[in-house]
Each structure stands twice: as C-alpha cells, then as structure tokens.
Design a protein around this ligand. Structure first.
Ligand SMILES: [Zn+2]
Length: 253
C-alpha cells in the first residue's frame, strides 16, 4: 500500500524487513509525509521512481485514511483486521483528519512539473492546466478514467509552436518493476507493454528516468495517447518479510 512506519509503540520504523500486517502502524500522516518526501525527491532528481511511490501511496495508504463519505478517518492504517478496526469521526489528537483536509486540495500540484522548456506529466488525472515554461505557455488537457481504465488522452496547446520535450511517466509497474527496490516483485512477468501515440500514430520514444521523452515541434491541436496495461497480478514480498511468507497480494495496474 506504500504505508510507512511499521511500529505503533514509538510511531516509527521497525527492524529491517519488520513489516507486520495487523499491527502495522502506517499512520495517515506518515503516508502524506511520504508523498511530500517523494515529491521533493522527484523535483530534485527528476526520476519517475519517486512518483511511482507517490502514486502508490496516494491511491492506497493515504486514501484509506478517509471514508467514502469523507467524514470518518483512520489514524493507523493496518493491513489486516478481524473487525477490531474502524474509522472515527475525530481523535483527541486529530492530526490525521486535518492533514487529509489540507492534502486532498494539493493533489493537482503533483500532476505536472516543468524544467526549463520541458514539461512533465507525472500523474494521470482528468483536468487541464497551463504551464509557463522558460519561453512558452503550454496548455495540457487530460481526459482519462484512470485508475479504473488505462487509457490517457492528453491534448497539447502551446501558445507558440516550438520544439520541446513532453515527458510522460511510464509507471514502473507497467515495466514489470513492482517497486523501486527488491522488497516486492511481480509473481510473473507480463509481455503487454505501455503504448504511446502522437496524433494517432504509434511512437517509441526513449525512456529516461522512467519518463517517455517525446521531443518534437509541438503545435496547437497535437494529441498524446497513453495506454497502460492493467491486468490483475500477484505480488510477492521479499522472503525476509516473515509475516508475508506464503502470501500474495493482488494488484490491478
Ligand atoms: Zn496523524
């Protein structure tokens, strides 16, 4: 789930590979901090592996902290329960609900980035934005039902036609790399790969640091289509995670 902080007693990390399920702490605040940390690491290094972690936490460990109705919250987000855990409307020390309240409106800020004249598409979320790059203004419009569906359509409208690079993140999980370490691995390699089209024509740009680098002379009306394979797959933990031996997790996408 990307939950972080295995031990509840001191609200911190345990020993190496100490990742219990029912007593996992994984505080909602820690998940939000994990997103902040990985966003800043991405801004420093430009590597999509940090956005891979950010995205996993966003849709799993962080979002589990709030109920569908939006009025009940988890403090710890355990990974296993026999019914003894439930969300609460408030806490004596209510860091998590207030953290969620400030975090959710900040999500659009993680979706795109730019450096000099290059643009980065980090997350796949419907919406539009205008990015002021070094010498241009680039309007991007995303249409997608991600994470329910793996197709992402991006409309590109630069204020003036120019050559620059749009970096589209190809998630690690779409390249058979479950996480950016050996902690978790896919049970089987799948052959389906991410596909990219520009103006309806298939392209195979270089992938650098987890981003497909599409460099061309962009003009108003250009489109990018990304198709991500989203089969349901088994994930197994590193054998040193004792509590997960003999167990699998199912992941879609
Ligand atoms: Zn908290």
């Amino acid at each position: 789930t990307g939950g972080i902080g295995a031990a509840g007693g001191h609200e911190g990390f345990g020993g190496h590979y100490e990742l219990p399920n029912m007593t996992a702490y994984c505080e909602t605040c820690a998940s939000i901090a994990n997103i902040f940390w990985n966003h800043r690491m991405f801004l420093m290094h430009g590597d999509a592996k940090y956005i891979d972690v950010l995205e996993r936490v966003l849709y799993n460990a962080a979002l589990s902290g709030i109920s569908m109705e939006g009025d009940r919250f988890f403090y710890p987000n355990v990974l296993e329960s026999i019914g003894q855990h439930s969300r609460s409307p408030w806490f004596g020390c209510a860091c998590c609900p207030s953290n969620v309240a400030r975090f959710i409106p900040s999500v659009p800020g993680y979706t795109y980035a730019y450096k000099d004249s290059d643009v980065y598409v980090n997350l796949f979320i419907s919406g539009e934005t205008t990015i002021e790059t070094q010498n241009n203004k680039v309007k991007l419009t995303q249409q997608t039902q991600y994470p329910w569906k793996g197709t992402v359509n991006i409309g590109v409208e630069p204020e003036k036609s120019d050559t620059f690079t749009i970096n589209v993140r190809i998630p690690g999980w779409a390249q058979n790399k479950c996480v950016p370490s050996d902690l978790y691995t896919f049970h089987k390699v799948v052959k389906e790969q991410a596909g990219l089209k520009v103006n309806g024509k298939r392209v195979s740009p270089n992938i650098k640091d987890g981003f497909a680098r599409i460099e061309r002379k962009w003009q108003k009306g250009d489109t990018i289509e990304l198709n991500l394979p989203m089969p349901v797959r088994r994930i197994i933990a590193h054998r040193d995670v004792k509590t997960n031996r003999g167990k699998v997790v199912l992941q879609r996408g």
